[in-house]
Ligand binder design. Structure first.
Ligand code: NDP
Ligand code: 2IT
Length: 451
């Protein structure tokens, strides 16, 4: 990068850090984007003169509130919740809710910022937002989760709406939580409307939404491999996480003739050298969604499987890596290990799972690398389709939704190639996704004037 760009990035980042102290995840997400956008913005003076980068890194609004609820023993509990409404230039705010003890304003600002670009890439009219709470659903009873969700919605309902802001799931927020939240919203406003996505099929949910993020990450990988005439057939894959994204990523890998070898959770990873089959995956999905168990139990259930306590799966040799758990779960050293072991491509199912050092290592070694805002956009893409179906008051078939999801992922891939392919033929999907996601939002902001 020429010096003018890097010193402009440094100056920009100094200002951003000063304005947003103590928010390391937000700084990291902005730095990744600004690193690749700065040269583009400097070449396109209208963006620079209108200070689009400064405006785009300041959320439209942040709502912070207390959530009080009563546990099963009658104790009064207090959590904090947030909704970061980042940017609604191209559509109503849209993005998930995360319930996890590690949730902070910094985490939600990074997620809302990334969401703005991701949603733009889908081609659907959706702005960017994220929310959640430091509530830990692990170990809580269904009733405790319900009381927490109901209490949270008593405040959140004032700030959302089908044309204002449409939350969905994320870490710790799945079918159970969305159902509790939707039931309470409907009761508070006395309207049945598509205000949340990821709803149950009986009350306005879309087929394939549950599967969409994991499936989409695999479709994105298929598109990356196809650029060099390659396919998923026979490829080994290392997947982290064992939640919604990881499990449906594994399912689509199996259906595509690849061999998924690992899954993980915060306790460690399991390695199945024979490959995870659909039958074993059904057992895992039941373990994780119904029995709410730990991934280590998989190694006790199936012969030949090993559990590696406290470790991440990146030391297992593979063709493909799918980080699908959480932010900063794959560092520079682990990226080097993957490359040494013959890695062919990476697709981020999670948001910001690779550190800046890991991204640099993948790009420096010319590994096709699908960043989260491109590779995991299938989830919010099908959320957008759920909104369309709710507005039309119809339900599409699974085949129809899946077809549209494949079209969305191909569209995102091709936009990345348009802006990211270099003269040597290597596609930098990070640059491609950042610029393609930016242009649409920035042009809308330019059109609105100074707002
Ligand atoms: P789930 O809650 O279903 O699963 C999360 C998984 O990640 C669990 O296996 C969990 O393990 C693990 N995990 C979470 N936090 C940590 C941590 N701090 N350290 C180690 N492991 C951790 O969430 P999702 O599958 O929905 O989300 C996974 C990722 O995908 C997130 O980054 C999310 O933002 C992203 N994403 C999700 C989308 C969706 O539609 N759901 C859409 C796009 C992106 P444990 O049980 O031990 O906590
Ligand atoms: O990070 C994400 O894209 C999500 N958690 C899904 C958001 C959505 O609105 O479906």
């Amino acid at each position: 990068m020429p010096n003018g760009h890097s010193s402009a990035v440094d100056t920009f980042m100094q200002g951003l850090k000063k304005r947003n102290p103590g928010e390391p995840e937000f700084h990291q997400a902005v730095e990744e984007v600004v690193n690749t956008l700065m040269p583009f913005v400097q070449q396109n003076k209208e963006y620079e003169e209108a200070r689009i980068l400064e405006r785009l890194t300041e959320p439209d609004r942040v709502v912070i509130f207390r959530v009080c609820w009563e546990d099963d023993k009658g104790n009064i509990r207090t959590n904090r919740a947030w909704r970061v409404q980042f940017n609604n230039s191209i559509g109503p705010y849209k993005g998930g809710l995360r319930f996890h003890p590690t949730v902070t304003l910094s985490v939600l600002k990074f997620l809302g910022f990334e969401q703005t670009f991701k949603n733009s890439l889908t081609g659907l009219p959706m702005g960017g937002a994220k929310g959640g709470s430091n509530f830990n659903p692990k170990g809580k009873s269904d009733r405790e989760v319900m009381r927490f969700c109901q209490s949270l919605m008593i405040e959140l309902h004032r700030h959302i709406g089908e044309d204002t802001d449409i939350p969905a799931g994320d870490i710790g927020v799945g079918a159970r939580e969305i159902s509790n939240l939707f039931g309470q919203y409907k009761r508070l406003v006395n309207r049945f409307t598509g205000v949340l996505t990821g709803k149950g099929l009986a009350f306005g949910g879309s087929l394939v939404r549950t599967e969409a993020t994991g499936y989409g990450a695999v479709y994105f990988t298929q598109n990356m491999l196809a650029c060099s005439g390659d396919s998923l057939e026979g490829k080994t894959a290392v997947v982290s996480g064992s939640g919604n994204v990881a499990t449906y990523c594994v399912q689509k890998l199996i259906q595509s003739g690849a061999k998924p070898l690992t899954l993980s959770d915060s306790g460690g990873f399991v390695h199945d050298p024979a490959g995870i089959t659909q039958e074993k995956l059904d057992w895992i999905i039941d373990l994780k969604t119904q029995r709410r168990g730990r991934i280590s139990e998989y190694a006790q259930e199936f012969p030949g499987v090993t559990f590696h306590e406290g470790q991440r799966p990146w030391s297992v040799a593979c063709d493909l890596a799918f980080p699908c758990a959480t932010q900063n779960e794959l560092n520079e050293q682990e990226a080097q290990t993957l490359i040494r072991n013959g890695l062919k491509a990476v697709a981020e199912g999670a948001n910001m799972p690779s550190t800046l050092g890991a991204i640099h290592t993948f790009l420096g070694n010319k590994i096709p690398f699908g960043p989260g805002k491109a590779a995991n956009a299938g989830g919010v893409g099908v959320s957008g389709l759920e909104q369309s179906q709710n507005s039309l008051r119809i339900a599409w078939s699974a085949a129809e939704v899946d077809q549209r999801l494949q079209g969305i992922m191909k569209g995102i891939h091709d936009q990345c190639v348009q802006y990211g392919k270099g003269e040597d033929g290597y596609c930098n999907y990070v640059r491609g996704a950042n610029i393609a996601g930016f242009v649409k939002v920035a042009d809308a902001m330019l059109a609105y004037g100074i707002v």
